[in-house]
Design a protein around this ligand. Structure first.
Ligand code: AKG
Ligand code: FE2
Length: 170
């Protein structure tokens, strides 16, 4: 898990022209928290009328998700919902809000939702990689200049989470 996490942060840092440890450090370094959630979506007689989870972006920096074989995850791209294909043994990686903020919007947190199945139970196991609650997260200074002013307010992760969960503007 550690190697996968380091590789993800490194690739994303390099993509921004930053030193490879930068995004992990800005997300808390070795203090990054791993929050496992277990989603259980029982069969639904009217999948056309229900969703598993409504459209959202994750609060995390990065999410690493293991799904079972029942498809249901959809991502919003080019103004439409696209089904994420189930690929055995593959991990699904989401960019979350904190990477969007750190990158000053160069990376976008993925908008996603889940559908439910008429006969089968869907499950998923996302691990949310989150900054420690007291860490202030804001756009990385190296990415800012006159043409690229900060688009997000630096904020403690716990305050960002509180506002998002209580639907208070950031
Ligand atoms: O079940 C899934 O595939 C996604 C779940 C999800 O988006 C979440 O728990 O944040
Ligand atoms: Fe999610």
């Amino acid at each position: 898990m550690r190697e996968v996490v380091d590789k993800l942060f490194q690739g994303l840092s390099i993509g921004l022209g930053l030193e490879r440890h930068r995004l992990k450090e800005a997300s808390g370094g070795e203090e990054v928290e791993y929050m496992l959630k277990i989603n259980y979506y029982p069969p639904c007689p009217r999948p056309d009328l229900a969703l598993g989870v409504v459209a959202h972006t994750d609060l995390s920096a990065i999410t690493i998700l293991v799904p079972n074989e029942v498809p249901g995850l959809q991502v919003f791209k080019d103004d439409r919902w696209i089904d994420a294909k189930y690929i055995p043994n593959a991990l699904i990686i989401h960019i979350g809000d904190q990477i969007e903020i750190l990158s000053n919007g160069k990376y976008k947190a993925v908008l996603h939702r889940t559908t439910v199945d008429k006969e089968r139970t869907r499950m998923s196991w996302p691990v949310f990689l989150e900054p420690p609650s007291e860490l202030v997260v804001g756009p990385i200074a190296d990415l800012l200049d006159e043409e690229n002013p900060p688009k997000y307010k630096p904020k403690k992760f716990k305050d960002y989470s509180f506002c998002k969960l209580n639907k208070i503007p950031q």
